[in-house]
Design a binder for this molecule. Structure first.
Ligand SMILES: C[S@@+](CC[C@H](N)C(=O)[O-])C[C@H]1O[C@@H](n2cnc3c(N)ncnc32)[C@H](O)[C@@H]1O
Length: 235
C-alpha cells in the first residue's frame, strides 16, 4: 500500500464492501501469522484478551487461536466481511467477529483489552479523506479500550518519519519499534537481516536510517505499551 490518489478508497467503507464481495479470501496484508508469531508470543501471553481491528478476511486470528490464544475478538467496518467471517468461524468459540468502526468502539468498555492488533488498518484510514482526524480518533479509541500496561501492536508500511509523531502526540504509551523483512516467509531464514524480537533503537527524532539504511525492505511494527490510564480508567 502506498499513499496516493489510487489508494484513497482504502479509507471508505464502500470500497471494502465491494472488495470483499468480489474476493472472499483469505488474504493477509503485509505478513502472515507464522512470520509474526514470535513477536506476538513475546508481548502477548496466550490467555490475554485480544482485539484485532480491521480484521478483513485475514487468517491471522485463526493462526492466533491455533497457536493457543484463547480470546480473540475481531472487528471490521465492512458488514460483508464480518458476516462471511461469522459464518466461517461459527464453530470456533475463541474467535468472535463484530461489525464496528474502529473510530467509535463505544460497545467496548474502557480498559477491556490486554492487546490490540492492527495490521494495515491505521494505514487504510491514513489513505482516505480527513486522514489525520480519523487516525487520531482511531488511536484515542484504541488507547481507551486498552488496559493500563496493555499493548497496541501496529504492523504497517509506514516508516517512523510518517507514524511516530502521530503515535507520540497521544502521550499514552511507551513505543518500541521492531522490523520484519518483507516476504520473510518466502526467504531463507539464513538470509534474515533483522531479529524480529529485538527492538530497533529509536532516537529522539525517530530516525532509523543509521541502523536500517535508506529505504529498507521492511514492514515496521510499533509496540505501544499503555502507561497512562485514560481518565483514570484502565488500570
Ligand atoms: C488493509 S486491510 C487489512 C486487513 C487485515 N487486517 C489484514 O492484515 O489482512 C484494512 C482493513 O481495515 C478495515 N477498515 C477500514 N476502515 C475501518 C474502520 N473505520 N473501522 C474498522 N475497520 C476498518 C477494512 O475493511 C479492511 O478490512
Amino acid at each position: 500500500m502506498t499513499l496516493g490518489t489510487t489508494t484513497q478508497g482504502y479509507g471508505e467503507p464502500s470500497y471494502w464492501d465491494d472488495r470483499y464481495t468480489q474476493d472472499t479470501g483469505p488474504f493477509d496484508w503485509y505478513q502472515k501469522y507464522p512470520a509474526l508469531a514470535p513477536l506476538l508470543n513475546f508481548y502477548v501471553p496466550r490467555d490475554h484478551r485480544t482485539l484485532v481491528v480491521g480484521c478483513g478476511n485475514s487468517a491471522f486470528s485463526e493462526g492466533m487461536v491455533n497457536d493457543g490464544y484463547e480470546d480473540v475478538i475481531n472487528i471490521d467496518i465492512s458488514s460483508v466481511v464480518i458476516e462471511a467471517m461469522q459464518k466461517k468461524y461459527q464453530n470456533h468459540p475463541k474467535l468472535k467477529y463484530m461489525r464496528m468502526d474502529v473510530r467509535d468502539m463505544s460497545a467496548f468498555e474502557s480498559g477491556s483489552f490486554d492487546a490490540v492488533i492492527d495490521k494495515g488498518t491505521l494505514d487504510s484510514l491514513m489513505c482516505g479523506h480527513n486522514s489525520q482526524q480519523n487516525a487520531t480518533k482511531m488511536l484515542e479509541e484504541v488507547g481507551r479500550v486498552l488496559k493500563n500496561k496493555g499493548v497496541y501492536i501496529l504492523i504497517t508500511y509506514g516508516a517512523p518519519a510518517y507514524r511516530l509523531s502521530l503515535l507520540r502526540d497521544l502521550h499514552l504509551w511507551t513505543i518500541k519499534l521492531h522490523v520484519i523483512e518483507k516476504l520473510v516467509a518466502e526467504r531463507s531464514l539464513e538470509h534474515k537481516k533483522w531479529e524480529l524480537t529485538e527492538p530497533v533503537p529509536l532516537d529522539e527524532g525517530g530516525s532509523v536510517e543509521a541502523v536500517l539504511g535508506k529505504n529498507p525492505e521492511v514492514h515496521y511494527i510499533y509496540v505501544c505499551t499503555k502507561d497512562k490510564p485514560t481518565n483514570g480508567i484502565g488500570a
